[in-house]
Design a protein around this ligand. Structure first.
Ligand code: NFS
Length: 658
């Protein structure tokens, strides 16, 4: 039993069948309940979401309020300052975009800081692993590379990319990668981002009381801010991480809680920054620490990832992954986690109590993310091992003194991960004629109906993994190639969709392509900042030809069916502003039958951008995405009559048996 002093009484009893389709998580929820330990699922069941807040119909931006409007009569009332429902919803939405963008850009800027310090030789523990990518990225933004010293090119690349964040005026460097017609639309709408800091600052300013009170004008700045994330902060983060740690290529990796090993020192790293994780890899491979683990009676040290940095490390190095966002507390109930190190983002404060219950040392490492009562071991790029060696030593000590019974769900799902934009190029075209031509050809000839990005979080307000898995199964069944990142990728990996054999679940056209190339019907691209890889792939599809002149012309669609974070809203808005129809599940912060709703779900598309969609139901989301893909095929003149294929009972039996 866990520590009696720290356990909490769970009031509302949950049926695990209603909260998750992840069998390992379900097993741990039951164990937690027996142990009297509360998890996020219990907190969600016992915390009714505020209906006014869920509709985004309230404003607390000044002390004349907070003002609450009535979603059933949205125009019957205004705030004390006179703000209408449209102003209030647009301001709230803009601030969510600003918050999400700030998270990705702050992360990206830290990666860029590290690149600068590696290039100038101040940081010795990290190095450039993909020098070719330095040249490729530099060339993509018109930095001269021919006949120049590598160091000079790298310095120029740093200086140029710094503008992504700090530039006061002008277009961000990666605007050069945007298809011409898409960029033209942005210029017309005045939404080409300057620097992310400037855009976030202006978004926050404009959403203050008494500033921007025209919902269309507020959304113009929200789009510009979001684009500073997708084509700016996030894209720089992905490119620099590839440069420093290597560009991913397919690798077999194991996913699910069974990656924990009873007879080993288990360490989980959970968060979003690859530098912490890379340094832990060095620590767990240190002969001294491996010896210490063995001296403590363990067979060795077992390093495992969770959430986004976990997805990134799995893609790059094949490091096992233990689960997505809603499983981070549940996994501690195994009693087998000897240390958990976290950095930034999606770190639940609830982890502290669960870790205490199961005597798992939990460490924060980044000055941006401390948790009351949790030990902080500061991580620095200059001396990274000081932090990560200490985490490993603490884990070994905990292994030696394990006093609680260990129960590890014995479920492991191997799969192929690590598809980058570059690898897709190579995979489809071969090393001598790498290109997206075969992808475009297969879309034009109808073998592949379209491409979907299914990404984002899990959320204890909906059955974990269920919406992701049902949606993706239906999309591939209908010959839609699915690209994935983040916690969604982990959901599908746990469902067994990351094996080439899973192609049997795909429709005949997609199956044929998968079998020819030897790829799974879903391609995992890594963490949430790696959604920028989807933008680059979409640009390349436009450039390759035959599918229209802008991203908005492509037969593509996106979804975040179990989203929860403001980061997801920023991502959704940059996909919409890039021209992609993007459907969210769970809930959407909006009141229907308002002008703001009309703008978001139709008006933006009329401006030449993409648009939003919403449904909590995976089959409905699939229907909406397929209808959009078909509409785009028709506009391109490549449509042929197709029936939407439903996943029938026979398919379900096959899936369950898989
Ligand atoms: Ni994305 Fe990563 Fe997961 Fe959602 Fe959180 S880990 S950045 S926000 S929950 S996908």
């Amino acid at each position: 039993m866990p520590d009696q002093k720290t356990k909490t009484v769970v009031s509302k009893i949950l049926d695990t069948k209603d909260v998750t389709t992840c069998k390992a998580t379900a097993q741990m929820i039951k164990k937690a309940r027996n142990d009297g330990v509360e998890l996020c699922f219990d907190r969600a069941a016992n915390m009714k979401a505020c209906p006014i807040g869920a509709d985004s119909a309230c404003c607390k931006h000044c002390s004349m309020g907070p003002c609450r409007l009535n979603a059933r009569d949205p125009y019957g009332k205004v705030g004390v300052c006179g703000a209408t429902i449209d102003t209030i919803m647009a301001r709230n939405f803009g601030r969510m975009v600003a918050a999400g963008t700030s998270a990705h850009t702050d992360h990206g800027m830290q990666m860029l800081d590290l690149f600068r310090e590696v290039v100038n030789g101040h940081v010795k523990d990290f190095e450039i692993n993909d020098p070719q990518k330095v040249l490729d990225v530099a060339a993509s933004i018109d930095i001269e590379v021919e006949g120049r010293e590598f160091q000079d090119i790298a310095n120029d690349l740093y200086a140029e990319l710094e503008r992504t964040y700090t530039q006061v005026d002008g277009e961000i460097p990666f605007a050069k990668r945007v298809p011409e017609k898409t960029l033209e639309t942005w210029r017309k709408l005045k939404i080409v981002p300057r620097g992310a800091m400037r855009e976030i600052m202006e978004m926050m300013h404009r959403s203050c009381i008494g500033v921007d009170q025209d919902y269309k004008n507020i959304m113009q700045q929200a789009s510009r801010t979001a684009l500073a994330d997708g084509w700016g902060g996030s894209m720089v983060s992905t490119e620099i991480s590839d440069i420093l740690y290597g560009t991913p290529s397919p690798v077999v990796a194991e996913v699910n809680m069974g990656v924990l090993k009873e007879n080993m020192v288990n360490i989980i790293i959970h968060g979003h920054e690859p530098n912490l994780f890379e340094s832990v890899i060095a620590s767990v491979n240190s002969p001294t620490l491996v010896e210490a683990a063995k001296a403590a009676g363990a067979d060795g040290i077992n390093l495992v990832g969770m959430c986004c940095s976990g997805a990134e490390m799995m893609s790059r190095h094949g490091i096992p992954h233990a689960g997505n966002f809603t499983s981070t507390e549940a996994i501690l109930c195994t009693g087998a986690v000897d240390a958990m190190g976290v950095d930034i983002q999606c770190i639940k404060q609830g982890l502290a109590k669960v870790a205490e219950c199961y005597k798992t040392p939990l460490f924060t490492t980044n000055p941006r993310c401390k948790i009351e009562g949790v030990k902080h071991i500061g991580f620095t790029d200059e001396n990274p091992r000081d932090c990560t060696d200490e985490i490993v030593i603490k884990a070994i000590t905990r292994f030696k003194s394990r006093s609680l019974p260990v129960e590890i769900p014995q479920i492991v799902n191997p799969g192929v991960h690590g598809f980058s934009y570059e690898y897709i190029n190579y995979m489809l075209g071969g090393s001598f004629r790498g290109s997206y031509t075969p992808l475009n050809e297969n879309i034009i000839n109808g073998r592949i109906r379209g491409v979907a990005g299914v990404v984002g979080c899990t959320n204890p307000r909906v059955k974990q993994d269920y919406v992701h898995v049902e949606l993706v199964k239906e999309l591939i069944k209908n010959d839609v190639l699915v690209l994935q990142t983040g916690c969604s990728q982990i959901a599908l990996a746990k469902a067994g969709l990351y094996t080439p054999e899973a192609a049997y679940l795909a429709g005949p056209g997609l199956r044929e392509v998968c079998e020819t190339v030897g790829m799974p019907p879903v391609l995992g691209l890594g963490s949430c900042v790696d959604n920028s890889r989807i933008l680059i792939a979409a640009s390349e599809m436009v450039r390759t030809g035959g599918l229209g002149d802008s991203i908005a012309d492509l037969p593509v669609a996106g979804a975040a069916p179990e989203w929860m974070s403001e980061k997801a809203i920023a991502i959704g808005q940059y996909f919409v502003a890039s021209g992609v129809y993007t459907v969210f599940g769970v809930t959407f912060p909006i009141v229907e039958q308002t002008r703001f709703h009309e703008l978001m779900f139709n008006g933006l598309e009329e401006q030449g951008l993409g648009k939003w969609g919403f449904s909590p139901d995976p089959h409905e989301i699939a229907k909406m995405m397929l209808a959009h893909i078909d509409k785009k095929r028709k506009a391109l003149g490549i449509d042929k009559a197709r029936e939407r294929v439903l996943v029938d009972m026979n398919d379900r039996r096959q899936i369950d048996a898989a």
